[in-house]
Design a protein around this ligand. Structure first.
Ligand code: AHR
Length: 553
């Protein structure tokens, strides 16, 4: 810790209070209270909220997912076996591909047919490499297209996930988009593209449901105005043959909280009239990255971001705060959507989120946007997933950016080395929420107080979410305080606990992380929950993410 002198927490100044259970008995020395209102459902948690994002960027695809069919690394037709196994462990429901910014530069035809005939193309991200690096003919810079649609869909199938394909609006046409849908979904033996797919060993249609219509169309996806993009959106999505698949189109959405984009796009698409018809939009994409930019010391965007490994508690809390903006972003866009989509049929799709640090901690120079992942990232991922659960009726899908060797990655690889990160542990814990019914939960805990470079600042002390599946209640929560455990009484309204188990990620070392050399530094550990009179008490360790599974009577 570099700035510990200034730090103090609310709990440090406020003594833990004695509290009494509902029957008057001394329940627990608690400073925090969680109420779970089991009879107040929020909505079903779509499994797709626990989705992932993969882009032809740095080593996400080449080295991360795809090692090549002839590789000595264990693989299934070129796909890294260790990664597939772990995807199944977290019940990965959906994977987005091929970008990201890359999507609007990608011609899907380059990635089909015999691999040795596929063209090598300049990757969208090439200019982010140095001049010296650009002299190397490596797949991160000059994409050999060995990994294409068939490989992606195969990766999804093996992982137990659904594919979510982002189409190219900036540099291809609506006809190309139609043909990509045709390649994926036209039935066996029908079209020429179905035959091409069959020749690749895949006669049966892929039945891809989720289609993104461009990516960040306000930026790398074409620098569109929202009104211009609305016109494009119609051209790409109107009358696309369905092949019997319930196609779900995701419109390119705003950057973070830019509501002007949402309003401008829907106003144009809905002809200025609120409507009960969603006008062919299933979801609106929303992206939000947390950067620690506010404490940066340089005018260069890359350099001014915080560091993935060298951070102090102030950086930690500031990053929690930046990540936590997701709740306001969800609420703001939901409100803006509601001005047009009268029945709230359109869902929010948070298909890029996570912390974004400055370069320097990647495992290898070609791993563009690669960064180390600490317990801090586990905590901000936990608080983000809890936010999605608390807004289960609004968020229809999400994707953590990005799966491997990149921003908020669950996995790190380099050649035959492979490691999971603390973000993986969080997805493993939170998988229990998938398909559950989110129920209302209220958290009250002393705020964290800290000194933000001379100014007093605060952050909430304990927050989470709860969901119900039959007689099993899953509670997940984050204690963001770097030094203070939270002693909580957990009261269930409308149900009684019979037994409970807990699991914890994070043991107080805020910098803890796995590396390729030391892949087992951060482990999920089991912990005791005390159950008395149908209620629970639990100590949430400092700087941790916790899951409590409760069996109800
Ligand atoms: O995830 C990295 C990049 O961030 C994506 O390509 C783009 O959509 C976003 O700006």
């Amino acid at each position: 810790m570099e700035r510990r002198g200034f730090l103090k927490t609310a709990a440090g100044s406020a003594a833990a209070a004695l509290v009494f259970g509902r029957r008057g008995a001394l329940a627990q020395q608690a400073d925090s209270h969680i109420e779970i209102l089991v009879g107040e459902p929020i909505g079903a948690i779509a499994p797709e909220v626990y989705g992932h994002f993969t882009e032809h960027l740095g080593s996400v695809i080449y080295d991360g997912i795809y090692v090549g069919e002839g590789s000595k690394i264990a693989n299934q037709r070129g796909l890294r076996s260790a990664l597939i196994e772990k995807m199944r462990a977290i019940k990965a429901p959906v994977v987005r591909w091929p970008g990201g910014c890359f999507a609007d530069s990608y011609d899907w035809r380059d990635g089909i047919g015999p691999k040795d005939k596929r063209p090598r193309r300049t990757n969208f991200w090439t200019d982010s490499f140095s001049e010296a690096q650009r002299k190397q003919n490596i797949p991160q810079i000059y994409d050999p297209n060995e990994f294409g649609t068939d490989d992606f869909v195969r990766f999804c199938k093996l992982s137990g996930a659904e594919p979510y394909i982002a189409g190219n609006v900036r540099s291809l046409t609506p006809m190309d988009f139609d043909h990509w849908v045709e390649y994926c979904n036209s039935p066996k033996g029908t079209t020429t593209l179905a035959e091409t797919r069959a020749a690749a060993g895949e006669p049966e249609p892929y039945n891809v449901r989720y289609w993104g219509v461009g990516n960040e169309s306000w930026g790398c996806g074409g620098n569109f105005d929202p009104e211009d993009y609305a016109i494009e959106y119609k051209r790409y999505t109107t009358w696309v043959p369905s092949y019997g698949v319930n196609l779900r189109f995701v419109a390119s959405g705003p950057n973070s909280d830019e509501q002007a984009w949402t309003r401008g796009f829907f106003n144009k698409l809905f002809h200025g009239q609120p409507s009960r018809d969603p006008h062919g939009v299933w979801g609106l994409s929303v992206h939000h990255y947390a950067t620690n930019l506010s404490r940066g010391k340089s005018s260069d965007w890359d350099a001014s971001k915080g560091d993935a490994l060298k951070f102090d508690p102030i950086d930690w809390y500031e990053l929690c705060k930046e990540s936590d903006r997701i709740e306001k972003i969800i609420l703001d866009h939901w409100t803006a959507l509601g001005e047009f989509d009268l029945e709230h049929k359109i869902k929010l799709v948070v298909d890029e989120y996570g912390p974004w640090y400055r370069p320097g901690t990647e495992n290898s120079p070609e791993q563009l946007l690669g960064q180390q992942i600490t317990v801090r990232d586990a905590v901000v991922t936990g608080l983000t997933l809890d936010t999605f659960n608390r807004h289960a009726e609004k968020v229809g899908m999400a994707a953590c950016a990005q799966l491997v060797n990149c921003l908020n990655s669950l996995f790190l690889t380099h050649g035959d080395q492979f490691a999971t990160t603390p973000v993986f542990n969080v997805f493993e814990l939170y998988a229990a929420h998938q398909g559950g019914t989110a129920v209302r939960s209220e958290f009250s805990a002393p705020e964290v107080r800290y000194d933000r470079d001379g100014k007093p600042a605060t952050f909430w002390g304990l927050k989470g979410s709860a969901s119900l599946k039959g007689k099993t209640l899953t509670l997940t929560a984050v204690n963001p305080d770097v030094s203070q455990p939270r002693e909580a009484e957990i009261m269930l309204r409308g149900a009684k606990a019979v037994s409970a188990k807990a699991w914890v990620v994070g043991d107080g070392d805020i910098h803890a992380h796995n590396s390729l050399g030391q892949p087992e530094q951060v482990k999920t550990r089991a912990a005791e929950v005390s159950v008395r009179g149908g209620s629970l008490s639990f100590t949430f360790p400092a700087a941790s993410v916790v899951k409590i599974e409760v069996q109800l009577s």
